[in-house]
Design a protein around this ligand. Structure first.
Ligand SMILES: [Zn+2]
Length: 672
């Protein structure tokens, strides 16, 4: 290195200082803001899938767009991390608006005919992503489709640039009001991630304090850079605004009411705050033998093209055999032997053994109870496992209860923790945690009769208790012959199987949904001791009367046809069960009592298990009900035309719950 005279050095330093000062004093240029569209989107080192992934971002995360190159955006995340994202996976923020009305409804679509999805309040600043018929699609953490009537807003003069100057302050997530980096207190946050990291400071670079779970609510102590400061177990910490739903104080800055947590049932991966980098395939040219899906509702498409029709949707943890790969896409074979393409943005190479029905355990609820002691619920393929961190198998016991669907767990040790929620995807309809003298009590209500297994403790004082379903071996089912009829899939004159209804958005075929539920139901009934015959297992040349004839020829005990419903009005939803026994048909009318009993038992248990709207039982002259000589029902599980239920019907856990409900109904029919 060349020596520089001291005086020259000083002048250089001064020049750098003055230049630096000038840069600071220059008006800050507005940076474009964006919001991530896809789930678990890779942020890469450079503009192409051949660059390594640095981290992943989730749908709804806010970021700044620094530059563009080909089809890629260079972005800066709220953590300060910079990288590249495919531009079709980011919605640009068109402008910012400020809420005018005192309390304004947010809806799931652009019109008052759409469902209310949330509320916003005077002065809140929202990022606008799209405009339709005078309505704005806005970005609100925790709400996927949020629309507000444009006439309840005014354009925010600060636009997208007001926060842009503060380095790293990219967290304006639209529901923080005009947060800037200022510290506004009040309001509450409700956690929308299954598991969320609480950190020592407002950024993913800060150390972890603890973890909290879905639907937990906490008072907000402060806000900064899109992060919220909360208090958990007397420890203060920060959570990312991308994984919470913020409710401002009713009369700012008056005291807040925490309210009660409500519905869960959310599925999702447990990547806590976007800091967990997933190592996606980075164009090494090698095709892995299998891939694992890294997001939920990931589309498997007919061609390697984001606009191609969707064959099916897959969820986090699902693993598939890879047949081919090209341009950042994998061709995969699904478990039902269908073939489709998945973008490598949502799939990573998988080296484990490929399960036939891949089930990955997921933490779906975390309740910190005391220092070093955490109660967790694990989703093990739709079935819960209780994970006690900090207790051995000698430090808990189950208390006897009179209600067979309730389990009460006593955990040794002092606690002040109170929590209330539910975890629908594993069948827990209510969960309460509260202290009682020197114990913490966990009270759980299930939508099935639970049977706790034996807890196993490892060397770290972590005890895992599986929870099975009691009475699967039901005496009432032993020796029964049950014919199950997965609706549709009859081969048509052109040689193609009738798909039944199509999902409005996913175009999923009803016949595939019906078959998936039927196969689960078959397994349960067989485990219960019944003999189960399917009318077909994929497609059939039988007529509807031919399906009924299978049950008639076997003199089966019952015939159950499984369907998914459809209506031109998307708002219509819920469970319905049909039977047929009119007085005009004496041979059917003779079975009226049994047919009606079977229908109402299945309907009742399906509603209990899945919790959608109860449309009751109805009579209908359907061929399979008319032609069966044995008691028969036709189950319309849920609506493929309803956006919520379409998503649910695409998911394995919901199909499992439907099958469990129908199973419980059939069991109940035979046992009394
Ligand atoms: Zn149907």
């Amino acid at each position: 290195m060349k020596r520089v005279r001291p005086g020259r050095m000083l002048r250089l330093r001064l020049l750098v200082f003055v230049l630096g000062f000038m840069l600071l004093a220059l008006p800050v240029l507005a940076l474009d803001e964006g919001v991530v569209k896809g789930n678990n989107v890779n942020v890469r080192k450079g503009p192409g899938t051949n660059y390594a992934a640095i981290t992943q971002v989730k749908a709804g995360q806010a970021l700044y767009i620094l530059s563009t190159q080909n089809n890629w955006f260079q972005v800066r995340l709220s953590s300060g991390t910079e990288g590249w994202i495919r531009n079709d996976l980011v919605n640009r923020v068109l402008k910012k608006v400020r809420v005018k009305g005192s309390t304004v409804n947010i809806r799931t679509g652009p019109g008052t005919n759409h469902k209310v999805a949330g509320k916003v309040y005077t002065g809140q600043v929202l990022s606008v992503l799209a405009e339709k018929n005078g309505w704005y699609k806005v970005h609100i953490g925790g709400i996927a489709e949020a629309w507000i009537a444009g006439w309840y807003t005014v354009d925010d003069p600060s636009g997208g640039s007001s926060n842009a100057g503060n380095a790293g302050n990219t967290g304006s997530n639209g529901n923080v009001g005009n947060a800037g980096s200022g510290s506004v207190t009040g309001g509450t946050v409700k956690i929308t991630a299954n598991v969320l990291n609480v950190r020592q400071g407002p950024g993913t670079n800060y150390p972890l304090v603890t973890k909290i779970g879905l639907n937990e609510q906490h008072n907000v102590l402060a806000q900064q850079n899109g992060w919220y400061k909360i208090k958990v177990n007397n420890q203060e910490g920060w959570v990312s605004g991308d994984y919470v739903q913020y409710t401002p104080p009713a009369n700012p800055p008056a005291a807040t009411s925490p309210g009660t947590p409500d519905n869960s049932g959310t599925s999702g991966t447990s990547a806590p705050d976007g800091s967990a980098p997933a190592d996606a395939a980075s164009g090494s040219g090698q095709t892995p033998t299998a891939v694992q899906i890294t997001g939920n509702y990931v589309n498997i498409q007919e061609r390697a093209d984001l606009n191609a029709p969707v064959v099916e949707q897959a969820n986090s943890g699902d693993a598939f055999v890879v047949l081919d790969s090209k341009n950042g896409w994998y061709q995969v074979r699904l478990t039902n032997d269908k073939i489709g393409w998945v973008s490598s943005e949502y799939a990573q190479p998988y080296s484990g053994t490929l399960p036939s029905r891949s089930v990955q355990k997921k933490e779906v609820l975390i309740v910190p109870i005391a220092d070093g002691k955490t109660f967790k619920i694990i989703d093990n393929g739709g079935r819960p496992e209780l994970k006690l961190e900090g207790w051995t198998d000698k430090q808990y016991r189950f208390r006897k209860t009179k209600e067979e669907v309730k389990m009460i767990l006593e955990l040794d040790g002092y606690s002040t923790r109170k929590y209330e929620g539910k975890v629908e995807r594993v069948g827990i309809t209510q969960l309460k945690v509260y202290p009682e003298r020197s114990k913490a009590i966990v009270e759980m209500d299930f939508n099935f009769v639970p049977a706790p297994g034996i807890g196993k403790t490892d060397s770290n004082k972590v005890t895992v208790i599986p929870v099975g379903m009691a009475g699967t071996q039901s005496r009432s089912l032993v020796g029964k012959t049950i014919v199950l009829d997965p609706g549709h899939a009859s081969v048509q004159p052109g040689g193609w199987p009738d798909p039944g209804a199509l999902g409005s958005k996913t175009k999923i075929h009803e016949k595939d949904v019906n078959l998936a539920i039927t196969l689960k139901l078959k397994t349960m009934l067989e485990q219960g001791g019944a003999k189960v015959i399917l009318t077909h297992s994929g497609q059939t040349t039988l007529s509807l009367a031919g399906r009924a004839a299978i049950a008639n020829n076997l003199n089966a005990d019952i015939f159950v046809s499984i369907h998914a419903n459809y209506n031109n009005k998307p708002a219509i939803a819920g469970h319905t069960t049909y039977y047929y026994a009119p007085a005009s048909k004496p041979e059917l009318y003779a079975q009226r009592q049994q047919r009606e009993k079977l229908a109402s038992a299945v309907q009742r248990e399906m509603v209990k298990s899945c919790g959608r709207k109860d449309n009751g039982i109805l009579q209908a002259n359907f061929a399979v009900l008319r032609e069966t000589k044995v008691p028969s029902i036709l189950v319309e599980t849920a609506y493929l035309s309803n956006p919520d239920e379409e998503q649910l019907l695409c998911q394995d856990w919901f199909r499992q719950k439907l099958a469990e409900g129908i199973f419980n109904g059939i069991k109940s029919y035979f046992s009394n």
